[in-house]
Design a protein around this ligand. Structure first.
Ligand code: B16
Ligand code: MG
Length: 215
């Protein structure tokens, strides 16, 4: 299967925005009298904004109206935007630039498939916005990961059949989305967690261009 495109997740693969999501959700949860730990935040990796809010409320046996959900999501996002305003190219994970350069040189397309509505802003802050041939994010899809929609949209935007795409993900739901899209899944993290990935690397820096074209 010749590889024609590699589609990357953003948070946890190219940069660590998880910590900012954590701080913003914790501030919101604490304001509601709910405890929210780093461990809780782990469960929200790759989960979209509404799904994350509902997870937090459910675990505290709280229920709110749709209107209140919207207000709370806005409040969380406001804090998140304040936090990511300080991001810069220094926040790009090591190894991303050389990997992107090698992909470009060999004519392999680069896509983004993120559950974040702020993905476009984050890649600008990281200084890599112009490196993507197509960006698929939560603003453009209805169904979030593990649904394959965001990866399928990225493949379509790149003009590459899913069977010629590799997806790179750090979240279990993301790996499932890649598999369901009919792509090859590369995991970033722990093999014991990302059990359904074809191969798992501890970081994007450990993932080399030669490993991708071998698939
Ligand atoms: P936003 P990814 C995901 O990004 C994060 O992993 C997840 O924690 C977050 O809740 C989600 O984006 C939504 O983010 O509130 O900015 O729309 O890993 O899919 O790049
Ligand atoms: Mg992620």
């Amino acid at each position: 299967m010749p590889v024609k495109a590699v589609i990357f997740d953003l948070d946890g693969v190219l940069t660590d925005t998880a910590h900012y999501h954590f701080q913003a959700w914790q501030a919101l949860a604490n304001g509601l009298g709910i405890a929210f730990t780093e461990h809780d935040n782990e469960q929200l990796k790759g989960v979209d904004r509404l799904g994350s809010l509902r997870w937090i409320l459910q675990h505290a046996n709280q229920q709110v109206s749709a209107e209140e959900e919207n207000r709370l999501m806005q409040q969380k996002n406001q804090r998140y935007l304040e936090l990511i305003a300080h991001m810069s190219p220094a926040d790009l994970f090591a190894g991303v630039q050389p990997l992107f350069a090698a992909l470009r040189q060999s004519g392999i397309k680069i896509g983004l498939a993120s559950a974040s509505k702020n993905a476009a802003l984050v890649v600008v802050r990281l200084g890599i916005a112009d490196q993507f041939d197509y960006i698929a994010d939560a603003n453009k899809v209805v169904n979030s990961k593990p649904d394959p929609e965001v990866f399928l949209l990225a493949a379509k935007g790149l003009g590459v059949a899913p069977g010629h795409c590799i997806g790179v993900e750090d979240a279990v739901a993301g790996v499932e989305a890649i598999n369901r899209a009919g792509m090859q899944a590369i995991g970033i993290g722990e093999p014991s967690v990302l059990k359904n990935a074809l191969k798992v690397y501890p970081s994007v820096q450990a993932l080399k261009f030669a490993d991708l074209v071998k698939l």
